[in-house]
Design a binder for this molecule. Structure first.
Ligand SMILES: C[S@@+](CC[C@H](N)C(=O)[O-])C[C@H]1O[C@@H](n2cnc3c(N)ncnc32)[C@H](O)[C@@H]1O
Length: 321
């Protein structure tokens, strides 16, 4: 209890600080539970990682516009977003005030430049827009890829003439919808996820976007799903793979997807910049360590030609030789 009230006092300070930067917005700090990990869908936290999970719910009048999940680490005493660790002083409050969550944008470039990119390159669709809005209001909504990244991935599908895609980490369906829209009518996408709750939303949007016939959902731990596909003789049968699930398994996904791809096929790996953490030697948590190790491995991996791009939260393109 003592610990909880100490943290809550910290939240009051945070809320007061943020409120001072907003004109039409204000923050409500919600405490969901003392033992909830910032990545509840990935793994159980170790005792050292246990923190109180909070969400800043930005509201206009009585309507909640979006929820930004944050976690206040007891030890560090800083406010952290799951994807973008920031100290309080560094919070880009102006981008919240414009009503955008941090992880659905590129956190590595200035807000006005990102706005310019969206205004001058995004060809939005009604279903994708609504899917972003619905996902943004969810506590874990920050896991969704950004709209410019979705469009870029669609372009890659067209560029390599992909017909068969495997996706690891589907969530509410943004990336799968964006890629499936770019597939030809006889194209197929296998979508892997563990969550029935999240993918129920995905299935609804696949229907609305008219791509449901192209997508097959495989519910279950993705390592087992990919192993099953390899055992069924599907090695070399895929043109493209997108990896965006639990970071600790990234290397396992990479190795399996590499086998599933044909020569010349493309693996896309999301979150390879992980909010900048891999570049900070002090960040040694499991997810960061896994991403850092895979980035280093791919750089030296003669089986692929690769490039790490700073779009979204960092996206690696690795073409199988
Ligand atoms: C970052 S989200 C994916 C975001 C999605 N690509 C999008 O565009 O919105 C990660 C997803 O991976 C799923 N996931 C986590 N661990 C998994 C596992 N071991 N096997 C399969 N899926 C997993 C989660 O349920 C979650 O939906």
């Amino acid at each position: 209890m003592r610990r909880l009230s100490a943290l809550l006092a910290g939240y009051d300070q945070v809320a007061a600080h943020l409120r001072g930067h907003w004109r039409h917005w204000y923050a409500i700090v919600q405490v969901h539970g003392e033992t909830r990990n910032e990545k509840p869908y990935y793994r159980k936290p170790s005792p050292a990682e246990i923190s109180v999970q909070v969400g800043l719910v930005l509201t206009r009048g009585a309507t909640a516009e979006r929820t930004i999940p944050f976690s206040l680490q007891q030890t560090a005493g800083t406010l952290c977003c799951p994807r973008h660790p920031l100290t309080l002083a560094q919070l880009p409050v102006s981008s919240f005030a414009k009503g955008r969550s941090m992880s659905s944008r590129n956190g590595f470039i200035e807000t006005h430049i990102y706005d310019y990119i969206l205004a001058n390159s995004l060809r939005d669709r009604d279903e994708l827009k609504r899917l972003r809005q619905e996902t943004r209001a969810m506590p874990m909504g920050g896991m969704q890829i950004s709209p410019d990244q979705g469009q870029f991935m669609g372009l890659l599908v067209e560029l390599i003439g992909a017909k068969r895609i495997v996706e690891v980490g589907t969530f509410t369906g943004y990336s799968s919808t964006a890629m499936a829209l770019a597939l030809p009518a006889d194209g197929r996408l296998i979508a892997c996820d563990v969550s029935d709750e999240f993918t129920r939303i995905a299935r609804r949007y696949w229907q609305e976007a008219g791509v449901a016939d192209k997508i097959e959902l495989r519910l279950g731990p993705a390592v087992a799903t990919l192993d099953g596909m390899l055992a069924a003789g599907e090695a070399g049968c895929f043109d493209m793979a997108f990896i965006d699930a639990d970071k600790e398994n990234y290397d396992a996904y990479y190795e399996r997807c590499l086998r599933l791809l044909r020569r010349g096929g493309l693996i896309l790996i999301d979150n390879v910049l992980w909010g900048g953490r891999p570049a900070n030697a002090n960040e040694q948590d499991e997810s960061t360590a896994a991403i850092r190790a895979l980035n280093a491995k791919i750089r030296a991996d003669e089986r692929v030609t690769a490039s790490l791009l700073s779009i979204g939260d960092g996206l690696t393109l690795a073409r199988k030789r």
